[in-house]
Design a protein around this ligand. Structure first.
Ligand SMILES: *Cc1c(COP(=O)(O)O)cnc(C)c1O
Length: 420
């Protein structure tokens, strides 16, 4: 893995970065597990040694010794660093690390998850193109697609994501892109990523998967034939509720370059400090995911046995409609769960008002447990019928399970359930 593309030209430092893990095992980094690769993120070498952690290059621009070298650098995305909106060493270290974890050729870090989604869609779509997308998309993605429909003539057909035949049923001559989420919000349905991506490939569609809920530790959609994988790194990759960021990983360099150009023009590329915080989070991703999943397993069991709870939605639960599929495509079942309270909207509100340890907040994937009542917040624009069509009840609560001791979490949930 090479961090710097033009070693001679920055500050006179020997800056050929080599992944320390790769160095130890030769160039065949396939032998290393994702847990190891996430820890050994490339830091540049300085006069024969290299910093253990990737430094924060908080510089908006880079100076050059000769105008010809600057001109050459400005002509390509993989040239020397010139201006941080176009590329920055700290940001590049994050991009290389996530591309490596997802098994892609290159990655583009952005200012937010939506920054990645908008750059990917705008780089791949033209006026009149048709998109096939999952019905239960992240709200921001749904709004963006609606905007592209009303203003730029992009057509969208929505499918459930459970069955590859749905893709074949709605495909048109103008269909260009198939857009899925590995695990959906808020009732954590799992998409048949391998089946749908295979159908998309047969039909010549570009497959894009938002993998934010799974993270590369649980699922790597490029292995199932996706062309582009997107993360809101605000969620599990960053993992500490202290950074807003996004990243798109590309199977081919060509798609990366088209998207890089749009993101540079839109100005939605990542800030070095956000990238630096995300790198710090990424190094503990595997441990955190393990604990998120273990805690979610424990809470989902306890919730299923509670009389105030009508149903629990978590793919690890044997009754979950996608349990068998989830066992095939996910390494574990994720840290987000939802449950339906016996009762209606009031029950959801009473439950959340009764929580003491768990915070009432949007977002997910951080160290602390968060709860949300979709009917009155994230999905408030849906009427009761639309809510039911999305599988959401008026008494549904979504929980992003954090890293606390599970006994403390259950104690808080149990006392809040007594208010319902
Ligand atoms: C949060 C989220 C996004 C948007 O990410 P931001 O960082 O908030 O822009 C996109 N997709 C999914 C699945 C998300 O959870």
């Amino acid at each position: 893995m090479t961090l710097y593309r033009d070693p001679e030209r920055i500050s006179g430092i020997d800056i050929t970065g080599t992944n320390a893990a790769e160095e130890a095992f030769g160039s065949d980094s396939d032998v290393l597990h994702p847990e190891t690769r996430a820890v050994h993120i490339t830091a540049p070498s300085l006069h024969g040694c290299h910093p253990l952690s990737v430094p924060l290059y908080q510089s908006s621009a880079f100076a050059f010794d000769h105008p010809d070298i600057l001109a050459e650098a400005m002509s390509r995305p993989d040239g020397a660093f010139v201006y941080s909106r176009r590329g920055n060493p700290t940001v590049r270290a994050l991009e290389d690390a996530v591309a490596d974890l997802e098994g892609g050729s290159a990655a583009l870090a952005t200012a937010s998850g939506m920054g990645a989604i908008s750059a990917v869609l705008l780089s791949l779509l033209n006026t009149g193109d048709h998109v096939i997308a999952q019905r239960c998309l992240y709200g921001g993605t749904y709004s963006l697609l609606s905007e592209l429909t009303s203003r730029f003539g992009i057509q969208v057909s929505y499918i459930s994501g459970a069955d590859a035949d749905e893709v074949r049923a709605v495909v048109r001559p103008t269909t260009r892109l198939l857009y899925l989420e590995t695990i959906s919000n808020p009732i954590v349905r799992v998409a048949d990523v391998p089946g749908l991506m295979a159908a998309g490939q047969e039909l010549g569609l570009i497959g894009v998967v938002d993998n934010s809920f799974a993270s590369p530790m649980l699922c790597r959609p490029l292995e199932f034939g996706a062309d582009v994988v997107i993360h809101s790194s605000t969620k599990y990759l960053g993992g500490h509720s202290d950074v807003t960021g996004g990243i798109a990983v590309f199977a081919t360099r060509q798609q990366y370059e088209a998207c890089w150009k749009i993101a540079v023009e839109l100005g939605s590329t990542a800030d070095p400090f956000a990238a630096w915080l995300t790198i710090r989070g990424l190094q503990t991703l595997s441990l955190r995911m393990q604990r998120h999943c273990d805690n979610a397993a424990r809470l989902s069991r306890n919730l299923a046995d509670h009389r105030a709870v009508e149903a629990v939605h978590w793919p690890g639960h044997p009754d979950h409609p996608d349990h068998t599929l989830a066992k095939c495509i996910l390494a574990d079942f994720g840290g987000v769960l939802a449950f339906d309270l016996v009762g209606d909207r009031e029950a959801g509100r009473d439950f959340l008002a009764g929580l003491r340890l768990i915070s009432l907040a949007p977002s997910l994937g951080g160290v602390e447990t968060l709860a949300l009542h979709p009917a009155s917040t994230s999905h408030r624009e849906l009427d009761v019928d639309a809510l039911h069509a999305a599988g959401i009840g008026e008494g549904t609560v979504r929980v992003s399970v954090g890293l606390e001791h599970p006994d403390d979490l259950w104690k808080d949930i149990e006392q809040a359930l007594s208010h319902v």
